[in-house]
Design a protein around this ligand. Sequence first.
Ligand SMILES: [Ca+2]
Ligand SMILES: [Ca+2]
Length: 276
Amino acid sequence: MKTITRSLGLLVWLAMTTVHAQVPAPLPPFTVYGKAANWSGRAFSSNDAAAVVAKINGVEMDRCQVVSGIYPELNYRVHIPMASAPTPGRGVVGDPLTFEVYYDGTMHTVMNGTSNPVVGETATALQCNLIVGTDSAGDGLPDEYKQLLLPYYIAAGWGTDLSDILPEHDFDGDDYSNYQEFLAGTIPVDGSDYPRIHDIFPAGSNSVGVAFLAAPGRTYTLPRSDNLVSNQWTDAELSLSSNVPPNRTFYGSEKDQIVTLYLFPTNQAAFRLDVR
Ligand SMILES: [Ca+2]
Ligand SMILES: [Ca+2]
C-alpha cells in the first residue's frame, strides 16, 4: 500500500512539472542598441523620422523611432521580449536577429550585416550598428554608392550602367575590392586610400597604441589570438587612452579621423584590426 501511495505522489509531481514546462516564464528583455546610419555612414537624426524593426524568424519583436543621441554614438534601442523556452512573440537565447530600417517612407536594406547577431542572455544587451541603403541588385553594394562610382566607370571604359559595377571589382587597384572599401569607408576610386593601420607604438609601461584612419558610421574592433594555428579570435579589451584601463571592445567612429586605440597585452599575442 505504501508503495502505491509513493507512486501516485511521483505521478502528481511529474504532472505538475509538465504543466510548468508548457508555460515558459516571461523573463527580463534582451536589449539591442546602436547607431543606425545611411549608406554613407551619416547617423540618422530624429528629423529623418527613421524607424528600426527587430525580427526573429520574420516575426516582429519590437520597433522604435530613431532618436538623436540616446547616448553618445547611439540612436536606437529595442527590447526583445524573452522566455525560457520557445514562445510566440518572445525570443530565446541563440535566436537569430534581423533588422529592418524604414525612412523616406520605404524599407531599406541593412548593408553591413553585423556578424549575424543572435539573442543573448536575458537582461543583457548587444550593440549592433546598422548601415542601410538601397540594394536593388542584392549584391551588398548600395545603389547610392554605385551612383557615385558610375562616372568613374564610364570614364575608364569599365561600364555604362549600375549593373556593371560589381562588389568584387578592385577598380582602383589597391588590392581591396569595392565591397571591402565600402565596408571600410575608404575611397574605391583612389588607390592611395585603403584600409590600413598607420602606426603601432608602445604607450606607457604596459599599453600599445594602434592608430588608423576611421570612417564615419563604421565600428572597429581589435580581435586577439593566442594561437594562430587554431585561428581563434576574440575581441580584445581596449581603451581610448593609455591612462585608462581597458573598458570596451569596440570603437564606433562618427567621422573621418585618425583614431588611436590602446591595447594592454599581458602576454604575447596576435592582433588584427576589423571594421564593419
Ligand atoms: Ca580598391
Ligand atoms: Ca581605394
